[in-house]
Design a protein around this ligand. Structure first.
Ligand code: FAD
Length: 413
């Protein structure tokens, strides 16, 4: 049986970031990935603030497009925030994972595609990790000093048994996103080039939002995402695909489009940092411990960060500088901390709002923010900006109430 210092299950951004760092530090690392290639689950839109490149030493080759603008459209209004320098990027999710995997492999890590983790058992201080190769029923095993659960929302190792389908647990937020990669004529591409475009309100996607992001030349990522699929706070009777098709018809305004790829995924988020982070020499990272932000469902940056934090703690543990991996859980709670709790609160407010008119008022409240304040809100979830936005929104709501006559049915309702 092969022995490894660290076995990482899942080659998403989180697992790859941990593998990259641990292999660089000289540890013997094995990555197990159930899919046969990175093309098989190329599901993520890849929107992120520009800083992701410098924060995680990522090269230009993983960038699909740079964006100087952010546009938010509600049913009755639209606003663009703009800078002359890029403020955000759209990453090519497949190229990002290929880049991180190649670095880890160059550092000596092994990556087994088509290998699905099944179980583990403890043998003294080590772990025996069992997995199966796709199309083969034989159970294979490797030995590890540390096991990392980087299986994303599947939470296959540490979170096994957690109820995260949103059907009963009130403190789980479930989000589903579906997206097309479409080839469009140059003129249509230019309308959306250089810009992260978001669409809010139940016309575009009840209990969620829609988006159009540029990729490389003449390719757009166009998608819709919805929260709480099992609990309807906002009526929606149509399938998510209908909203996606509507977005294509109303925004692209052309039949000259070619759908290159269709993908989607359901992600679940456990509120109040309740996921198990550590169990002796097993540790969970990325979406397996709800690093995805519940407000925006941006998760790549945070999965990368948790992978790096985990790698540092695992290194210290293997070098016997710390007795256990508990500091990892503390550091992760500090990293997400208040900002994720504020995002949870805003999520409850925004995605449960059934009235499109109120979503337009939210846009009016957002308009009062500068581009850097907007970035602070949507990418950094800053408490102060969130409160400023929410206070503005409440004032606009009050103004709306006082502008109605007492006979107005809207006021009475
Ligand atoms: C439609 C959509 C759009 C999104 N857009 C954005 C965006 O614009 N910006 C952003 O930052 N985030 C976005 N996200 C979220 C982001 O992609 C995730 O938060 C991020 O990928 C999480 O990284 P991870 O490594 O924790 O998990 P994942 O990326 O989910 O990786 C987990 C890996 O584990 C593997 N795995 C699972 N089970 C097993 C098993 N039993 N054995 C072996 N391998 C296993 C999976 O195949 C997968 O490769 C989006 C998500 C969706 C669904």
């Amino acid at each position: 049986m092969d022995c490894f210092d660290v076995v990482i299950v899942g080659a998403g951004p989180g697992g790859l970031a941990a593998a990259r760092q641990l292999s660089k530090a000289g540890f013997k690392v094995l990555l197990l990935e159930k899919e046969r290639s990175f093309a098989a689950n190329d599901f993520s839109s890849g929107g992120a603030p520009l800083e992701i490149l410098s924060d995680f030493q990522l090269p230009e080759q993983v960038v699909g497009a740079y964006c100087c603008k952010i546009r938010i459209s509600a049913t009755q209004d639209s606003h663009v925030w703009q800078d002359d320098q890029p403020v955000a990027v759209v990453l090519d999710f497949k190229k990002l994972r290929i880049f991180l995997a190649e670095e880890a492999i160059q550092n000596g890590a092994s990556l087994f595609f088509g290998c699905a983790y099944r179980s583990y058992r403890r043998e003294n201080s080590a772990l025996v990790v069992n997995f199966k190769k796709a199309g083969d029923d034989v159970l294979l095993s490797v030995r590890a000093k540390v096991l990392i659960d980087a299986t994303g929302s599947d939470r296959r190792v540490l979170g096994e048994g957690l109820k995260t389908d949103g059907s009963s647990a009130s403190d789980v937020i479930v989000g589903r996103g579906i997206e097309y990669l479409v080839e469009v004529p140059e003129a249509v591409y230019q309308t959306y080039a250089n810009c992260l475009s978001f669409f809010i309100g139940s016309k575009w996607m009840p209990q969620g939002y829609a988006w159009i992001f540029p990729m490389s030349a003449n390719l757009l990522k166009i998608g819709v995402g919805r929260n709480f699929p099992n609990t309807q706070f906002v009526p929606h009777h149509r399938a998510m695909k209908d909203y996606l098709d509507q977005l294509i018809i109303e925004c692209l305004k052309t039949e000259e489009i070619k759908i290159i790829d269709r993908h989607g995924k359901t992600i679940s988020y456990t509120c109040h940092h309740q996921d198990p982070y550590v169990d002796q020499n097993i540790i969970a990272i990325g979406d397996a411990v709800s690093t995805v932000n519940p407000l925006t469902f941006e998760g790549i940056r945070h999965a990368l960060k948790s992978g790096e934090i985990a790698a540092r703690q695992v290194q210290e543990f293997l070098e016997k500088k710390i007795p256990d991996l508990k500091p990892y859980a503390r550091e992760m709670r500090r990293y997400c901390g208040m900002r994720w709790l504020v995002s949870e609160l805003l999520t409850q407010k925004i995605y449960r709002e059934p009235e499109d008119e109120k979503m337009t008022l939210m846009l009016h409240a957002l308009k009062t923010l500068s581009l850097s304040a907007l970035k602070d809100l949507v990418f950094y979830y800053r408490f102060k900006i969130a409160m400023k936005f929410y206070a503005k929104y409440q004032i606009l709501l009050l103004k709306r109430v006082f502008s109605f006559s007492p006979q107005d049915p809207k006021l009475r309702s």
